[in-house]
Design a protein around this ligand. Sequence first.
Ligand code: C2E
Ligand code: CA
Ligand code: CA
Ligand code: CA
Length: 277
Amino acid sequence: AKKTGKGQYHFYTRDLNQVVQDRFVLESALQRAIEHNELTVVYQPKTDAAGRVRGFEALVRWNSAGQGLVTPDRFIPLAEETGQILAIGEQVLYAACRTAASWPLVDGQALGIAVNLSARQLKEPGLLAMIADALAVSGLPPDCLELEITESMIMGDVEHTIRVLKSIKALGVRIAVDDFGTGYSSLSYLQRLPIDTLKIDRSFVSGCDRGGKAMAIPHAIIFLGKTLNLHIVAEGVETEGERDVLAISGCNEFQGYFFARPMQHAAVDEYLRSILN
Ligand code: C2E
Ligand code: CA
Ligand code: CA
Ligand code: CA
């Protein structure tokens, strides 16, 4: 290898070209996936403190013909940049509403479905009409649908976000703040936005039962949420110990590998049959 400045220049150029090329390959493959319905939706249960399932979160999966299973962490950020997230978000929303509308009642109550929204979708003028249409064609009751947004999405253009979220709320749909506590935002928005739910991020849940200060943040979030009349969900619950300390602290719902991994539509039907019998 050349040690000259010129050699290094060539090295970096090739490296950068590789990155650009990998990205392009992924973007093209993603475009085919969107067009050929290679994207699927999996569902992870959320349970209450008594262990009853109350709903599911919809999570997108890409089983690529060429690249195998590609995780959302790899393609969602790319799809945000390219705008492909709009088509993906639409497919996920319709699939999730259709699937949730087919679920049986549990203890006389309809199960909820939580769907992740991206920043790009929140800026899209057609979002409200799309949500209304997804509810109409699926027949899902609006209050069964909860849309998850992150703090960083709120902070972009707060006034615009408030207007959009209020119009979504007017449909009867619920709003959750996802990964709560990981953003840089001021807490003042909690009083101004029509929010129903706070989801405690996995980074605070993980090991929260080990004593000392481990429960300080989950406890503060639960206390804050209760004071504002919000529903609290803990994500990434992996152990019984974590579930127990969060439940004692007043957390309403729990989601994580301790209860179940995300599962395909057919596996959800099986799971619901097993708990209803
Ligand atoms: P998220 O919304 O915070 O979703 C929770 C993630 O944690 C999921 O990863 C889920 O599979 C994982 N998880 C659940 N329980 C546990 C646990 O006990 N332990 C651990 N270690 N992980 C757990 P996933 O499915 O890979 O999704 C990653 C992220 O990609 C999501 O984070 C979300 O930000 C994004 N995403 C997924 N699906 C969609 C979608 O349809 N639309 C948009 N815009 N984003 C999505
Ligand atoms: Ca989420
Ligand atoms: Ca989350
Ligand atoms: Ca998270």
